[in-house]
Design a protein around this ligand. Structure first.
Ligand SMILES: Cc1cc2nc3c(=O)[nH]c(=O)nc-3n(C[C@H](O)[C@H](O)[C@H](O)COP(=O)(O)OP(=O)(O)OC[C@H]3O[C@@H](n4cnc5c(N)ncnc54)[C@H](O)[C@@H]3O)c2cc1C
Length: 312
């Protein structure tokens, strides 16, 4: 299958450098990424807000390798918060702990996160979940923030992980806000369900657990069957649309995003931006073979046009 190949390619820095220089790949990535600059992303957020959709803004980047990079990421997030505060709408921030230096020094990463949460004020900050080597550490950092009194922060649970049922219980017990996703990384079968049907079944069970007993969960999927199942649970248990939200990725299933909004649901769009779009883009290709065909089609068309150009 293509998924493991694209996930392996997503971790190749040499390819990332190549992709950044390749105009067609950059243009194609912009289908999923709201630009390389903050002003472009803010414009996209304002467009979503005008259509009745909320946003969560993500400055792309992960696995920083120096303290300077981690410091730069934290400063960038504080600048993003200033912009978000100016939008005066219910927009959030999403970030990754490895971007703030989790691989280098956990204490440094936590110090950066505290600065961001202090700067965020009433703006909610979601800690994205990365590959399984980071699950426990991410939950640990989150729990320490919670114990320190921060309530403007939440975390993500991946339904493909075998451990997620107990993690969800752990977070429900705290009263923490959880975003539920299927999971986007390459994981061994000892850690994650290898078959999609098991990942989907786990998602449905965890969504029910969170809707019935959790605190304002975010059901983050484009899977119409799972969205319908969540809606059935909500209506069977009298859970109003103000007690949870659906979340989807920028550029994916815009029709579904708007349909849910029209039907009275809260919908939040994850809006990534920045120059480090390569791993994020590769994960989106891994999710859907049709996206790979789209990229190949663009490359073939470009070669054709260049060929035609040379002939003229
Ligand atoms: C708001 C949000 C935040 C996320 N945060 C995290 C995170 O912190 N950690 C993490 O591991 N993962 C995260 N993810 C990614 C998630 O784990 C899945 O990889 C991703 O959502 C695709 O799975 P799906 O639930 O849409 O279901 P799938 O079964 O993969 O897809 C269902 C349908 O959605 C559409 N679709 C799905 N993906 C694509 C795509 N790339 N291009 C075009 N159409 C597509 C197709 O119509 C497909 O048939 C996040 C996803 C969302 C929506």
């Amino acid at each position: 299958m293509l998924r493991p190949i694209f996930l392996a390619l997503s971790r190749q820095p040499g390819l990332a450098r190549f992709a950044l220089r390749h105009p067609i790949l950059r243009r194609t990535a912009l289908r999923f990424v709201a630009g390389e600059r903050l002003d472009e992303a803010v414009e996209a957020v304002r467009g979503l807000n005008a259509a009745g959709l909320a946003a969560t803004l993500d400055h792309l980047g992960e696995n920083t390798t120096t303290r300077g990079e981690a410091e730069g990421s934290a400063a960038e997030y504080l600048a993003i918060l200033d912009e978000l505060h100016r939008t005066a709408a219910d927009n959030n921030l999403s970030l990754k702990l490895t971007q703030l230096g989790l691989d280098l020094d956990a204490a440094l990463c936590e110090a950066h996160l505290r600065r961001i949460l202090d700067g965020a004020g009433a703006t909610f900050v979601r800690i994205d979940m990365e590959g399984s080597p980071y699950t426990e550490r991410t939950l640990g950092v989150f729990e320490r923030m919670w114990a320190a009194g921060y309530r403007n922060v939440g975390v993500v649970i991946q339904s493909y992980l075998r451990r997620s049922v107990s993690d969800v219980e752990r977070l429900i017990a705290l009263g923490a806000r959880v975003r539920l996703v299927k999971g986007a990384y390459a994981e061994p079968p000892s850690v994650a369900f290898p078959h999609k049907r098991d990942v989907d079944a786990a998602f449905a069970r965890l969504a029910e657990q969170l809707l019935r007993r959790g605190a304002y969960p975010a059901i983050a999927t484009h899977d119409e069957r799972l969205i319908a199942a969540a809606r059935r649970v909500a209506s069977a248990h009298g859970i109003g649309p103000d007690r949870f939200e659906f979340q989807m990725l920028y550029g994916i299933r815009r029709d579904l995003q708007m349909r849910l909004r029209r039907e009275g649901h809260r919908v939040r769009i994850y809006v990534p931006f920045g120059r480090e779009w390569y791993p994020y883009f590769m994960r989106r290709l891994a999710e859907r073979p049709a996206n790979v065909m789209f990229v190949l089609g663009s490359l073939v068309r470009e070669r054709g046009e260049r060929g035609a150009g040379r002939g003229a």
